[in-house]
Design a protein around this ligand. Structure first.
Ligand SMILES: [Ca+2]
Ligand SMILES: [Ca+2]
Length: 360
């Protein structure tokens, strides 16, 4: 029969083993989260692409890239094509808004029809409720005609084309309400008319607004920004100012059934452009404020920081320089460095798309 002392020491040993195990797990987890990758220059951009932002991948392996060129508007806004060999080709010069005389393309995606759907964020031109959704017909890899599909959004930002419609983030419904509302519009393909754009009713009352979130950060009054969908059709919206990703599920009628914060913080400082990766069941997110890129598991919300550089890196040798969007291609993560002169960052050369090799 074991003495009370032997029993006590066995309990102690078990307790100490558990402590050691938890310690090792913590070390392992921390190590896993802090294995940063060093980005390199994927594409060195010319001066006419001085403000790279939205990206999407087509079936032939080309990445379409929007360049609003607000950093140096001596160059017109454009859409570029990054070919599979990383060669750069101009796809089109973006049409200006008839009133503001400015063009501000941000989010971009390819529809089921093979055409490009692009957000024109006229708030970058100082305009209120004048943002648009444009469609560019693509024929044999070249642009044909374009149509203005939607007008009257305030800050149209990310665009994702789904089988049931085009989803567009509205980064601020109005700046006059605290906390600031923002959200996501869904437009059905059958609603689009070539001759007559859909007019969104401003102020958050429009029937196309399917999701609303709120932001209360006085330093970054920036709401719904990045947008992605997983393999089950669940929607992930970046709440930029809250450094959060919100997960939405839908019912059969396409109405939001549930909404919950998947992650907030944990090394994330802001949530800009996002892409879902079916291989790893994770979203990759550009962290503009944190000058970083993270991977977030969509089941657990666990964050792995993929790359992070000091603010005002210049973008030298591929270092991150205020990243705003990510795009996956052939096991690599392409990162556009929008390089806006905010929060101590200087707009500077080089203008780059950074790239990191992913492990999985
Ligand atoms: Ca810079
Ligand atoms: Ca730079």
């Amino acid at each position: 029969m074991a003495s009370i002392y032997e029993f006590g020491s066995r309990v102690r040993i078990r307790f100490l083993s558990k402590v050691a195990l938890i310690f090792l797990l913590l070390v392992f987890t921390q190590a896993g989260c802090s294995t940063l990758k060093k980005p390199s220059i994927g594409v060195l951009l010319p001066a006419k692409c001085n403000t790279p932002d939205g990206m999407t991948l087509d079936a032939e392996g080309n990445i379409y890239l929007t360049c609003p060129n607000t950093n140096n508007d001596k160059y017109p806004a454009c859409i570029m094509k990054i070919k599979p060999d990383n060669g750069l080709e101009e796809f089109l010069v973006f049409p200006i808004h008839p009133e503001t005389r400015k063009a501000c393309p941000l989010g971009i995606d390819i529809g089921p029809d093979g055409n490009l759907y692009v957000a024109d964020n006229q708030s970058l031109a100082g305009a209120v409720n004048k943002s648009r959704l444009l469609r560019f017909e693509v024929r044999s890899g070249r642009p044909a005609k374009f149509d203005v599909l939607v007008t009257g959004m305030n800050q149209a930002n990310a665009v994702v084309c789904r089988p049931d419609g085009v989803y567009v983030t509205e980064t601020s419904i109005t700046g006059d309400v605290k906390p600031m509302p923002s959200g996501v519009y869904r437009f059905r393909y059958s609603e689009f008319r070539e001759a007559k754009p859909l007019e969104v009713e401003p102020g958050g009352k429009d029937e196309h607004l399917v999701a609303t979130i709120y932001t209360d950060n006085p330093d970054w009054p920036v709401g719904a920004n990045g947008l992605a969908f997983d393999s089950q059709g669940n929607m992930y919206v970046g709440n930029f100012g809250r450094a959060a990703i919100v997960r939405f599920t839908f019912n059969k009628d396409g109405k939001v059934a549930s909404q919950k914060v998947l992650v907030r913080g944990h090394g994330i400082k802001s949530t800009d452009g996002m892409k879902f990766d079916p291989k790893t069941n994770a979203v990759y997110v550009a962290d503009f404020v944190g000058n970083a890129v993270h991977k977030v598991d969509v089941e657990t919300g666990a964050v792995t920081t993929i790359a992070k550089d000091a603010r005002n890196s210049g973008g030298i040798d591929g270092m991150l320089d205020m990243p705003s969007e990510v795009c996956l291609r052939d096991g690599r993560l392409y990162i556009s460095n929008i390089d806006l002169p905010l929060a101590g960052n200087e707009f500077d050369e080089p203008h780059t798309i950074s790239v990191v090799e992913l492990d999985d």
